[in-house]
Design a protein around this ligand. Sequence first.
Ligand code: ZN
Length: 701
Amino acid sequence: MFVKGCGQLVLGCMAVAMGISMGAAQQTAAAPAGAAETAYVPIPGFDTSSIDATADPCTDFYKFACGRFAANHPIPADQAGVDQFYALYNVNTQALNGILTKEAAGGASRSPDEQKIGDYYAACMNTDLIEQKGLAPVDPLLKEIDGLGDGMRAKLALPMLIGKLQRMGVSVFFGYGEQQDFKDATKQIAFVSQGGLGLPEKDYYLRTGAKDIEIRQQYEAHIAKMLTLAGEDAEKAKQDAAAILAFETALAKGSMGVVDLREPEKTYYMKSIADFEASISPVNFTQFMEGIHSPRVTELNDSTPEFFPVLVKEVRATDMETLKAYMRYNVLSAYSSQLPKRFDDETFDFYSRKLNGQPEQEPRWKRCSNAVNGALGEALGKVYVAQYFAGDSKAKMVEMVKDIETAMDRDIDSLDWMSPATKVRAKEKLHGVANKIGYPDKWRDYSALEVKRDDPVGNSERADAFENDRQLNKIGKPVDHGEWGMTPPTVNAYYDPSMNDINFPAGILQPSFYDKTQDDAVNYGHIGAVIGHELTHGFDDEGKKFDAKGNLSDWWTAEDTKKFEAKTDCLVKEYGGFTAVHDAAGDVKVNGKLTLGENTADNGGLVLAYMAYLERAKAEGVDLAAKKDGYTPPQRFYIAFAQNWCENARPEQVRNQVLVDPHSPDHFRANGAIVNQPGFAAAFSCKKGAPMVPADSCRVW
Ligand SMILES: [Zn+2]
């Protein structure tokens, strides 16, 4: 969601914010039927095979800890890159596929949830049926778009149809949804936001470099091809594509950039519905809310207020033919993975091959397993947890989280730059953090969602509508603090500033991130640093603006904020100096401002995890000089941390990530944090002034 839950460990939440159809972007390519053919195995918690012992850890710690990773892990053709997250994602997807293959076999003994996940998967895998159906499943929507007619009357009828399309997962024109009120976290309210773009974010439409121009040309050709595949005359499709790109470019000009979107006070403008409607006259917003099945609201957050006047103006200025083609294209794009292969292949070709450099589509069993995880994540997650989430890992996680929270308590005490008054409030916030580990206490009820074995597109439409209605039905109701924003098999974690909670799905609590066969040094370096990362998000440049109760309120003294900003500026400069892509299309540097929250979390998280580890080791009488696998416990801790970020990536993917994603590319996350660690030099006997122990290091938390 646009305005919340952006403190994730990996992957950009910004992409979702910008209204990209990730369904289309991620679920791409041709596919042999059948179950998993590759047996994916987890990477162990302490991966000696990745260590390059010939590298000097004091000079380039990433090279030392991960130097042999890329050679040992060539990028499979069906991936944009490979790293620890991808490796575990493959292991988990294989596990999900095992569950789904069994449930897809059918049988009368299946529970209602098992029927739904099994039949959703079976329908998705049935490519013969998909070919046979052709465009018939989306025909009613395409006809409705065509039937709008022409001129002003057609434009006035648009809001109802836009609502209907958005409800079924077709992200056109703008965004609408539910969020916790930034200033009163007990309230769930409606928000509207910018959206409607098919490229990752606004600057993709506006930058003038050769690579940027090339991507826009490829995007335009892709739109034309999709329209042609659906039966449009090639010449007409070309004209439509050019007009659609021009329309989206105008919307991009009225959109906020990725750096501003991270600032909650820049995306919070409460308005009465009457005032909002007046600002977008003559648009009938009530009709839109009817179309999307929203409860009536009296107020909403107009989160990107400069966008709507531009949107209204552009819709007015653009002919109905173009707007219809824009909606037609978006319907085809949103459902491409459940449409005939030609649509699926074309969507893959642009979003994954051209934009991300991925040569081949993921096999269909992977894509369909993840489609079920997206549509019925807690029904599938319930089975996944029962089979794969051992009870003892939850107990160990609870202990580690407590250790790291205790470390942060001590860390706050020891800060020389923070006043006693702000320290009291910081601790209040820390003690207010709720910890969620593994899976929800109460599973989601999918009984109202109909899944048919012979209707892949319909399943996708109904699942999107079900999720839309679930979200919007929260408006006006009390907050459910037990709700999860990620499904249990997800390999990720997040902090939610409005909830003030940290969330670790079962999917990430496995090797390499958590390995019960390893010692504490390794696990505190891996998952401990992840826990510290999420906890520190509550105190990064964005999280610091929310208090213990999840409200946007400034609990800092002005003096302390000034000192905090001076400290975070150090990180902006450090990461802004990294060159992420260096190729013929031009250098791309890491955006120090965009990645500041994540970098602060990485740095603080590692400090806290190490403090917590040393305490745990002391309590358990660990000999910090005793070597295992050739390394002392402190060395194992830091190697395990850096190995969270071992990667092998394609330049296209890195280029995209740097432009859109608030996370720095993986390998910078290793050295970027290591150079600022007070415990690192002693662990590896590095001299002050060595590249990994610079004189002018940064320290916030
Ligand atoms: Zn994060």
